[in-house]
Design a protein around this ligand. Structure first.
Ligand code: ZN
Length: 336
């Protein structure tokens, strides 16, 4: 039996919110058995808590936004990908703003902190979702995107991205062993096309965005003054506008870094299933919207076919209060 895990201790990170530009503090805390991932907004009166579950996703435009009881929190996917890939089952995340910090646009700082902190095994068995025979498949005909989960004993994931851009037509990435996430996927940075930046800056939606947290794809020649103005907005040096290319502060880590980042995002969005997935995931043209539809479908299957029938669920309901009190040493304050 594989047991659930939580962090050995708490750890914190600080950074700017991509959309709000606010200085955000985020703390990851140990949590008891069967707690899952939850997010506490410490800047809101009463410190409301949001369950990090697929059905609570309210927005998928520029990152994944969770919403519960009138409170939201956005850009959760890179942190959740790190928790999931490091096989942490239970964590209470405290954040003092409406979004998670963007950091370097990847998951690596979260992963490094989780590894440095270490984990503790808990009493309850890990929750898994696995398919017996049928597959789960989501298709979006408009974007030509698809996501499939096939039955299997291990979690593997393949992704393929396609863009109508001379600099980025198609890239593939795969992860065949979740324990390789740190070295193969965690450092892959997010990216944005130059044509997407102008409206975002205009609408004040990327106040915390700069070349330290994204790769910018310059794939269509602009007049030099316009390119210079965009460079100023991004805090980048002026460059020859006739030369197309990637604009970034650090060179590419992998030739397919962009596909690797999209794979990272899929893992972050699948962390909202509420159980570890066994099986082979194949994604074509993933994006937060279809990722969430896919996570909802897997979660629905999990709740209906596995969780509601599990003996652990029945046992949990029968556990006497006095027994439950002593179950987790991180939660002594529950004692009367
Ligand atoms: Zn991302």
């Amino acid at each position: 039996m594989i047991q659930q895990r939580t962090l050995k201790n708490s750890f914190s990170l600080q950074g700017k919110g991509l959309h709000s530009g606010l200085d955000i503090d985020i703390t990851f805390n140990p949590a008891p058995d069967n707690h899952g991932y939850k997010i506490k907004r410490t800047d809101v009166t009463g410190h409301p808590v949001i369950d990090a579950l697929a059905e609570n996703v309210i927005g998928t435009q520029r990152g994944t936004v969770l919403f519960q009881d009138g409170i939201y929190v956005s850009t959760v996917e890179h942190a959740l990908a790190a928790l999931y890939a490091c096989e942490i089952d239970n964590c209470l995340i405290e954040v003092n703003g409406p979004e998670f910090p963007i950091l370097d646009g990847s998951s690596i700082l979260y992963v490094s902190k989780i590894k440095e902190t270490g984990f503790e095994e808990q009493d309850a068995p890990r929750k898994f979702v696995s398919l017996k025979r049928k597959r789960i498949r989501i298709v979006d005909k408009e974007t030509d995107s698809s996501m499939i989960l096939m039955p299997g004993d291990e979690f593997t994931i393949k992704t393929e991205i396609h863009f109508d851009s001379p600099l980025l037509k198609m890239q593939k990435a795969e992860l065949n062993d979740i324990t390789n996430f740190t070295k193969e996927i965690a450092s892959a940075r997010t990216f944005v096309f130059v044509k997407e930046i102008e409206p975002l800056i205009h609408d004040n939606l990327i106040k915390g965005g700069n070349l330290d947290n994204a790769i910018v794809i310059y794939d269509k020649v602009l007049p030099q003054p316009e390119f210079d103005r965009l460079a100023d907005l991004m805090g980048a040096k002026h460059k020859d506008a006739s030369k197309l290319g990637y604009i970034m502060n650090k060179p590419l880590l992998y030739s397919n870094e962009l596909a690797r980042h999209k794979l990272l995002d899929v893992i972050g969005d699948l962390a909202l299933v509420g159980a570890f997935i066994k099986g082979a995931v194949t994604t074509v043209r993933p994006g937060h919207t279809i990722n969430n539809q896919f996570a909802r479908a897997i979660r629905e299957y999990y709740v209906k076919e596995i969780e509601s029938k599990s003996p652990a669920k029945k046992e949990a309901l029968n556990i006497r209060y006095d027994q439950a009190l002593g179950r987790d040493k991180h939660f002594y304050w529950n004692r009367p």
